[in-house]
Design a protein around this ligand. Structure first.
Ligand code: SF4
Length: 401
């Protein structure tokens, strides 16, 4: 291990009681390549997480090779899960990363059981499997191989361009099992909102441009690639101009579908996000407090307004095909019954060739001005219909890991 000699301590039972309780902590590691980040390597006892169903689907399965995420999105819905480890949902979530170093080995054993039903397994529905640490730990190749060898359909959602490293493996896997890939890209350069906003609100992530290039790389290999336009940030990225430009860029990159959702702010996430907002956009704080006064969800009126704005644009850009798996929050596997896509991925999609200079999208007519404050939000605590993992009840959160 190239980090040998750089260990902080082999056991930190006293320093990190939550971690010590969690599972077999092997050691904690820091390295100059990841300044400010500590990796806590653990030996996990299980790899597959069973997510109880909240819809017509009975259940879903997820794998999270990491806990915490150095992508450090201020709005990240998984932040509160760090509190189960006696770590905080803010800085600790970004910088105290738990690494399940034996996850592929444990997974292979679980998948080898005669009782395993080969239900699709989603990755990236909580913490990102292609965050920077994956460049060192290389857990995903073993996970992909174990899933493919056991004929288990794979669904991956990520912001990490490191996905490209494993494209050969994923293409090979798609010859045996359905493989469903999606990039999460929330903020686009529309002339007003650019990389400054993206790098400010998601400081550890690859740029939008790099992520769009990853979509293209996936499509050039003949696999579908959805885009998760999530979360849409009220008063920042919910203008018609931004949404239309986002969809145009996703389409030009080769995205096969776009799924969207507004911003949800669980209590601990709300604190962290509002601190960022207060630093970067103090003029919006009062309006956010009003919008989210009823809880973690924006009022139904806002969500209805947003849907009415974006759905025609998604349709106009021809990006309607994707479906969120309500059990996991990831892209619904094309292996699932009643899904519109049941053919193996290798036959489903011809290789994609990006257009040299994509013209304006069908929604690029005269832009409607976004007029903050022009809508009055009635208070509503009703949860939105979407049942993505972010919206599971708090007491289910531990099962996601
Ligand atoms: S990439 Fe995903 S898991 Fe990681 S911080 Fe951002 S939202 Fe959270």
């Amino acid at each position: 291990m190239r980090w040998s000699g750089q260990e902080l301590q082999t056991e930190q039972v006293g320093a990190l009681p939550g971690l010590a309780r969690l599972n077999n902590l092997v050691r904690s590691v820091q390295t100059p390549e990841f300044a400010g980040i500590t990796f806590h390597e653990i030996l996990c006892k299980s790899a597959l997480n069973h997510v109880p169903g909240q819809s017509a689907l009975p259940y879903g399965y997820t794998i999270n090779p990491y806990r915490g995420c150095s992508h450090a999105c201020t709005y990240c819905f998984a932040r509160p899960t760090h509190q189960y480890l006696d770590l905080d949902a803010g800085k600790d979530f970004d910088s105290e990363i738990i690494v399940k170093v034996n996850v592929a080995e444990v997974l292979r054993k679980e998948l080898g059981k005669p009782t395993w039903g080969r239900h699709p397994v989603a990755l990236g529905t909580n913490t990102d499997p292609y965050q920077r640490a994956e460049g060192r730990y290389r857990l995903m190749p073993g996970i992909i191989a174990a899933l493919a060898d056991s004929k288990t359909p794979i669904s991956i959602l990520t912001k990490g361009t490191l996905l490209r490293r494993d494209l050969d493996l994923l293409v090979e896997a798609s010859e045996h099992v359905p493989v469903d890939l999606a990039m999460s890209i929330a903020i686009y350069d529309d002339g007003l909102r650019d990389d400054d906003l993206q790098q400010s609100v998601e400081p550890g992530t690859p740029t939008t441009k790099a992520r769009l290039a990853t979509v293209t790389a996936v499509r050039e290999r003949g696999l579908d690639c959805g885009v998760f336009l999530m979360p849409i940030l009220p008063f920042l990225t919910d203008t018609r101009a931004h949404l239309d430009e986002a969809l145009r860029q996703a389409k030009a990159a080769g995205a096969t579908s776009v799924l969207y959702s507004g911003l949800n702010l669980k209590p601990a996430v709300k604190d962290w996000y509002l601190r960022w907002l207060d630093r970067e956009h103090p003029e919006l704080v009062a309006r956010y407090l009003e919008l989210y006064a009823g809880g973690q969800y924006a009022p139904k009126e806002y969500r209805t307004w947003l849907a009415a704005r974006i759905k025609p644009l998604i349709r106009a850009h021809g990006l309607e095909r994707g479906i969120v798996d309500p059990a996991t929050g990831g892209l619904r596997s094309s292996a699932l019954p009643s899904s519109p896509e049941r053919m193996p991925a290798a036959r489903r999609t011809p290789a994609f060739t990006p257009a040299r200079s994509p013209g304006p999208g069908p929604g690029t007519g005269p832009m409607m001005d976004h007029r903050p404050g022009s809508l009055k939000w009635a208070r509503s605590t009703e949860a939105p219909r979407s049942l993505i993992a972010a919206e599971l009840p708090t007491d289910l959160a531990p099962t996601l890991f």
